[in-house]
Design a binder for this molecule. Structure first.
Ligand code: SF4
Length: 251
């Protein structure tokens, strides 16, 4: 169900920001890594199990210039002390659907220091092509990586663009299926069988209770299905749900 794009952000100039904060990455192969999250406001989808509805509806956002956001990312990333293991070097652009504001993200990536690695958490239903072209060499250098959803039936959404987007992925990218039940699991397995998936990592994430979902999927059930089928995918419960149970914001 597409509901249109965010109306008031100026492409390449401003962001509609829901939240910006340092946290521990709870998903993807970077799970556990300290990361600056930039959660952008507005989404083209309405997933039943969405756990970030405050960034989708309700009008709670601030319009901020690209410069203002990049300065905050740098400020939040800085660490102190003599060790070389200081500072945060990962940025996660999420939402909502961040690629609805892709031109502003591309500009921010150009303006931020070159030692940052950027993850783009996208719902799969926005064409990756224009953003790929916009970030150019940063993508070739592996500094821009997608974690792209393919929406399963349990989300209430129907994947369309995702199948074309799959072709644009590279080894450094990741594909994520949020799995609510056995039907979703079988759907994800079929997608992997029927489509080329050049991404290096495939994540199977059990849906947690949220929004319109009263009961999530038991991770142990998902684990047993994956093992029975000998699937070469990564089971991924969300770490932040264990670290900060019951919290929705700033995690
Ligand atoms: S795409 Fe993401 S942010 Fe948008 S409704 Fe679905 S889960 Fe929520």
């Amino acid at each position: 169900m597409a509901v249109g794009s965010v109306g008031t952000a100026k492409p390449g100039e401003t962001f509609l920001v829901s939240e910006c904060y340092p946290t521990i990455q709870g998903e993807s192969s970077l799970v556990g890594t300290p990361t600056i999250f930039v959660r952008l406001y507005g989404c083209n989808l309405r997933c039943r199990w969405c756990d970030s509805m405050h960034a989708v509806e309700g009008g709670e956002f601030t319009e901020r210039s690209v410069r203002d956001v990049t300065m905050e990312v740098v400020r939040l990333s800085q660490g102190e002390g003599p060790t070389r293991f200081r500072g945060i070097h990962h940025v996660c652009w999420t939402g909502g659907e961040p690629l609805l504001q892709g031109r502003s993200i591309a500009r921010a990536i150009r303006e931020l220091p070159p030692d940052f690695v950027h993850s783009i958490e996208t719902d799969g239903e926005v064409d990756l092509g224009p953003f790929d072209a916009d970030v150019g060499s940063a993508r070739d250098e592996g500094r821009v990586r997608y974690v792209m959803d393919v929406k399963c039936p349990g989300s209430g959404m129907t994947p369309r663009r995702a199948f074309e987007n799959l072709r644009l992925l590279r080894r450094t990218d990741e594909v994520k299926f949020v799995i609510l039940d056995r039907g979703d699991y079988d759907f994800a397995r079929r997608v992997l069988a029927d489509h080329p998936v050049p991404a290096g990592t495939v994540l199977f994430s059990p849906a947690a209770l949220a929004h319109h979902v009263a009961k999530g999927l038991d991770p142990a059930a998902l684990a047993s299905w994956i093992l029975e089928d000998r699937l070469d995918v990564r089971l991924q419960p969300q770490l932040h749900k264990f670290l900060w149970p019951g919290r929705e914001r700033g995690i």
